[in-house]
Write a protein that binds this ligand. Structure first.
Ligand SMILES: *[C@@H]1O[C@H](CO)[C@@H](O)[C@H](O)[C@H]1NC(C)=O
Ligand SMILES: *[C@@H]1O[C@H](CO)[C@@H](O)[C@H](O)[C@H]1NC(C)=O
Ligand SMILES: *[C@@H]1O[C@H](CO)[C@@H](O)[C@H](O)[C@H]1NC(C)=O
Length: 694
């Protein structure tokens, strides 16, 4: 008793001594989203212990999702003393981070500077799923608010800059820059001197212009030049020279930076706030092999704005409206997530939202719009069907029309005869932003997986949008894919599933189930378009198959019983995530006993951070964990959610929310680092189900 209470006192002392440690609410993610808006505007802050500093904005550089630095600095002078509030600026003391908090659209840091002023820095990457004009803009906000925290007024100057690292993934490349004003806004414009249209280095884009803008207030000064010069000028005097460095050079040669200083004057207890906008303007976005052959698709914002600067100006001045819309979205996701499965579930959905949208981009024109997706990190494929599929719950939940915009280019490419195989294509291009298809038919074949995914997503879309014309329009190719499933779903050939890192396998139970549910989906599609004979035929086949699958795919004699990884392999198991489709579509093909069997089984094989994907490895896929959680009984569902939240807080990884990790350690599997992938849209699996999503 005495020992215990002494420990309690010691614990209390320890906590008192470390008051400078930041709080993290609702969790401390592996990497904190800062400006995350598209595959090419994707700046994060590494937090996890392997490569991150715990999530403290002062003292470390922000990075692109891949890990290379995108220099973004913040300094503040308080009564003549200078402190760093963002980045790893040399020889300058750091402010103390007090708190970090995130919502679906915001990351908010609270800092204390020298015990004198408090700073609140809000990174807002707006999401407007139903407002395509706003969603098309590849920009993000940073708002900085400063308040006195000790009752006295303080003399304050604020500073921030970006480096040229934002314009290329290779810091040996030469950058060029300019400074301008428009409509009450000042902006730095930075670009790669030799533009390389549609090219990437280290996943960063090598074309277009980066803008960093703020209001042209009376206390504003600006400067471009070597990092030490510009930051040094501010540290010394609190202002910049209003000058431009005309020596265009390599990004890493005396590191040119593009800075602003703002004299806030005497700061008291009323918050003074300054707004910055950062973004990327690329007029040309995607090369697409569609019905008119190979075409260049513009960024969608080009349909609304004549040029970069008018887009920038609209975005910057839209802050109060955009912020209001983002709060509405934050509130919607919060209310719905908590209602369906509590705060822990919200911790996951709100972390996933920007990441999922950050992998897609609206392109085309306002009368022919597409949503293009980059697979991200597993490889750079464009519009991968088995990546669109796990990502799709967030789109079904927030605006099913976005799912249509993802599927449209697939239909267009394949219906125009650009793909020779009878099954569905895997992706629309080997590397984003090239959606140049696979006219040779030599894509990474996942025939059953992709035919199934397409039929499932198309029906899910039609159910939610009531757009049965869409089914009519594409009926022939849907039927072609269904015919493939008739051949291959009962005894799937040796092939890859979406979990391609685990290798080929024959007779995969979970894959077979996808095909069978997709055949039942085809029956419903046929009904919706009035093809009643087809409808009868497909449902007969689906029911025949599922009856056989009950025996082939399950080990009923084990205690507890469970589905098996593949037929004739009774001592195996795996996450039966394709069962989710039966609930998503309301097909009711699979008996309730299978749902119960799996729900009872998973808790018996769990590791510290979740349930292994299958018996071949100890790693798991977080997207598939949420798919199985979504259809499990409450206790099992909450187990999955709680283990994932524990993972978010404790994982040593420091890259954006991975979907592949070791269940025992929470680390990446050896040699595979999946990160920042759109599949995190799958966190919304509970909210995409008909009972909730409607
Ligand atoms: C896209 O295709 C172009 C040729 O049209 C090529 O120069 C570019 O490198 C490709 N982009 C990527 C990221 O592979
Ligand atoms: C697939 O499973 C079926 C049913 O058990 C079996 O007849 C067939 O041989 C299996 N295929 C392979 C290649 O093992
Ligand atoms: C039912 O579908 C199978 C497989 O596609 C096909 O072979 C058969 O002719 C169809 N039967 C009818 C009555 O349409």
């Amino acid at each position: 008793m005495q020992i215990l209470s002494l420990l309690g006192v010691l614990g209390g002392l320890l906590i008192n001594q470390v008051t400078a440690v930041s709080k993290f609410t609702p969790a401390r993610p592996p990497s904190l989203p800062l400006a995350v808006k598209s595959p090419y505007l994707s700046t994060w802050f590494p937090a996890g212990s392997s490569g991150g500093n715990g999530g403290h904005l002062p003292g470390q550089w922000p990075t692109f999702w891949t890990g290379q630095i995108t220099g973004w600095a913040g300094l503040i002078r308080v009564d003549g003393n200078v402190f760093t509030w963002m980045g790893n600026t040399k020889d300058i003391k750091t402010a103390d981070q007090v708190a970090y908090e995130y919502t679906s659209t915001r990351s908010v840091f609270t800092l204390a500077v020298d015990g004198k002023v408090s700073m609140k820095i809000t990174f807002l990457s707006p999401l407007t799923p139903k407002d395509l004009k706003r969603q098309s803009l590849i920009f993000s906000y940073m708002q900085v608010e400063v308040t006195s925290m000790d009752g006295s007024n303080h003399d304050v100057q604020l500073y921030t800059d970006i480096s040229a690292e934002w314009v290329s993934g290779d810091s040996n490349d030469v950058a060029q820059w300019d400074f301008g004003t428009t409509d009450g806004i000042s902006y730095h414009k930075v670009w790669k001197q030799t533009q390389m249209l549609f090219s990437e280095k280290n996943d960063q884009s090598e074309w277009g212009n980066i803008y960093y803008a703020t209001d042209s207030t009376s206390g504003l000064t600006y400067q471009s030049g070597a990092d030490t010069d510009v930051r040094g000028a501010f540290a010394k005097s609190g202002k910049l020279a209003n000058s431009k460095d005309n020596n265009f050079r390599a990004i890493n040669q005396n590191w040119p930076v593009f800075g602003y200083a703002i004299d806030l004057g005497s700061v008291g207890s009323t918050a003074t706030s300054i707004l910055f906008s950062i973004g990327l303007c690329q007029e040309q976005a995607i090369q697409f092999l569609g019905k008119d052959g190979l075409v260049v698709l513009p960024s969608l914002w080009k349909s609304y704005f004549s040029d970069d600067v008018s887009a920038l100006s609209f975005f910057h001045k839209d802050y109060s409206e955009s912020s209001k819309l983002s709060t509405q979205l934050d509130d919607k996701i919060s209310t719905d997530s908590i209602a369906v499965a509590g705060q822990d579930y919200l911790t996951l959905t709100s972390l996933a939202a920007r990441q999922a949208f950050g992998a897609v981009q609206l392109v085309g024109t306002s009368d022919k719009t597409y949503l293009f997706l980059k697979e991200i990190s597993s490889n750079g494929n464009t519009q991968t069907v088995d990546v669109v599929y796990p990502a799709s719950p967030i789109f079904m939940y927030l605006n099913p029309e976005l799912l249509k915009l993802l599927l449209d280019p697939h239909f267009e490419n394949q219906e125009s005869g650009h793909y020779p195989n009878k099954w569905a294509i895997h992706d629309l291009g080997t590397h984003f932003p090239n959606a140049t298809g696979h006219p040779d038919g030599l894509d990474e074949a996942m025939p059953l997986e992709e035919c199934g995914n397409n039929l499932i997503m198309v029906l899910a879309y039609a159910q939610r949008s009531k757009n049965t014309d869409y089914l009519k329009q594409h009926y022939p190719i849907l039927q072609q894919w269904a015919e493939y499933l008739v051949q291959d779903s009962l005894y799937p050939q040796d092939q890859l599933s979406t979990d391609d890192f685990a290798g080929h396998l024959v007779n995969q139970t979970n894959l077979a189930l996808k095909g069978m549910v997709a055949l039942e989906a085809m029956s419903q599609i046929a009904s919706l378009v009035g093809e009643t004979d087809d409808a009868k035929n497909y449902t007969t086949i689906a029911h025949d198959y599922i009856t056989k699958w009950m025996d082939l795919g399950n080990n009923k004699n084990d205690n507890p019983p469970h589905s098996i990884l593949n037929y004739n392999n009774p001592n195996t198991h795996g996450l039966l995530y394709n069962l989710y489709n039966d609930r998503l579509l309301g097909t009711k093909l699979v008996p309730d006993s299978i749902y119960k069997q799996q729900s009872d089984f998973y808790p018996t094989i769990k590791g510290s951070y979740g349930v292994p994907l299958d018996t071949r490895n100890q790693y798991t896929k977080s997207d598939w964990e949420i798919f199985v959680a979504a259809i499990a009984e409450t206790e099992t569902r909450d187990m999955f959610i709680q283990d994932l939240v524990k993972w978010v807080n404790e994982t040593p990884t420091s890259k954006p929310f991975t979907d592949l990790y070791e269940t025992a350690t929470g680390a990446f599997p050896a040699g595979i680092e999946f990160k920042a992938r759109p599949v995190m849209g799958g966190m919304f699996a509970l909210l995409a189900l008909p009972i909730v999503g409607g």
